[in-house]
Each structure stands twice: as C-alpha cells, then as structure tokens.
Design a protein around this ligand. Structure first.
Ligand code: CTP
Ligand code: MG
Length: 221
C-alpha cells in the first residue's frame, strides 16, 4: 500500500491575472503544475499522482505533466480535492499538494510522509509567522495584538491516513475550509505539524511569481 498525491490545480488564478489557469503559468519556463508533480515524484516517496484540473483545460494540463491521471475539478478547492480523492485507490497515505506551491523541496514531502507513517492521521508542514499580527474590526481599527508565539503559517503538501481524509471529506458538507487539515479538525481529528520551508510558499500574486522565478534562477546558478 503506497502513497498517493492529489494536486489541486483547478483554480482560475484570478489574483495572478495571467489570463489562464494559474497551474499552467510557467515559472522559468516550466508550468507550475509540472513543477509541483515533479517535486512530489523527486521525493522518492510518492507512488501515484492525480492532478485535478479545470474541466475545460484537461488536455492542456495532461500535456504538461507526468502525473498518472488528470481529472476535472469543482467550483472550489474542497470540491476539487474531493474529486481527486475519488480517483485514489490502493494508497494508505494521501498527500494533498497545491500546484501553486510548486517549489516545495522534496525533503518536506518526505518528512510529511514519514510523520503519517509514524502514526499521525493528519500532518501539515508549517513555518513561523514573520510579521506582527493584529486583529482589526470592520473599520480597520486594531482590536488586539495577536501573540505571535505559537502561531505558524500552514503549507502543503498535507499528509493523511487515507481513511481519515476520506472521512473528513465525506463529513465536509457545506464546510469550505481553506485546507484539508481544517476538515480533519472539524471531525475532531488531531493535526500535527512538521517543519515546513519558505520555498513552499504559495504563488498567489504577480510578486510571488517574480520571487519564484528569481528562486529558480538562483538555484540554477
Ligand atoms: N484550486 C482547485 N480548485 C478550485 C480552486 C482552487 O483545485 N476550484 C486549487 C488551485 O489551483 C491552487 C490551490 O487550489 O493550486 C490553491 O488555491 P489558490 O491559490 O486560491 O488558486 P486559485 O483559486 O487558482 O487563485 P485565485 O484564488 O487567485 O483565483
Ligand atoms: Mg482561490
């Protein structure tokens, strides 16, 4: 029984504004979805990858990746992951990894899988929050200063015991969590963290894309 990865790549990338699905946008010449899939496979611990693509871009997505399967996604991330998960068979560990976090190092993938194998039902990579964080009211007035101690920013790939993730998605209903660990928490499951990596940042805006390009070029030098 192996490790399968679901790669949600069905978003439209509105905030990046490239005029095409974000996962197809190239970072230093290679589409984000291809980089994300190759990064998972380069870890050596992932046996099977399912990419979840915008329904109208299935062929384009299949052309650029080496993933085993490309399946159509849904209207939001939770729906897309559920559709990918439905295609996973014969795996007792499932990773969910955003195509938009396409520069995640293989070492993070390996440590997430190792933690699931060690018996944790849900594992997320996370890094300390660098900024000072404040809660504000609707008018933008500061309500309180959030103590940064104990605050971590959560990344992907997130790793799960396959049954835990299936139960969490089956129970999700209308709950629209921004990640899969959130769905596990909602059914009372325990989520543990392993050290993430700044390079696993999510490409959301044009600035993020520029940073990703710079990072790839630096690593090639
Ligand atoms: N995603 C998905 N299906 C959706 C929406 C998002 O598979 N219906 C995926 C995206 O492709 C991305 C990941 O979830 O890899 C994280 O989402 P986000 O960064 O918000 O990407 P987009 O939704 O594409 O971007 P935006 O919100 O700017 O439109
Ligand atoms: Mg989005």
């Amino acid at each position: 029984m192996g490790v399968a990865a679901v790669v949600p790549a069905a978003g439209s990338g509105l905030r990046l504004g490239a005029g095409m699905p974000k996962a197809l946008v190239r970072v230093a010449g290679v589409a984000m979805v291809a980089r994300a899939v190759d990064g998972l496979l380069a870890s050596g611990v992932v046996d099977d990858v399912v990419v979840v693509a915008p329904p109208e871009h299935l062929d384009a997505m299949a052309e650029v990746t080496t993933a085993g399967r490309v399946v159509p996604g849904g209207p939001d991330r939770v729906a897309s992951v559920a559709l990918g998960l439905a295609e996973v068979r014969d795996a007792n560990v499932v990773l969910v990894h955003d195509a938009a976090r396409c520069l995640c190092p293989a070492s993070v993938v390996a440590s997430v899988v190792a933690a699931v194998r060690a018996g944790h039902g849900a594992v997320v990579p996370a890094i300390p929050v660098a900024d000072t964080v404040r809660r504000v009211d609707a008018d933008g007035h500061v309500v309180d200063l959030v103590d940064r101690t104990g605050l971590l920013a959560v990344q992907t790939p997130q790793g799960f015991d396959a049954e835990v993730l299936r139960r969490a998605h089956a129970a999700a209903g209308e709950l629209r969590a921004t990640d899969d660990a959130g769905l596990v928490e909602a059914i009372g499951g325990e989520v543990v963290t392993v050290p993430g990596d700044p390079r696993a940042f999510k490409i959301t805006s044009a600035l993020d894309l520029a940073m990703a390009e710079a990072l790839v070029r630096t690593e090639l030098e």
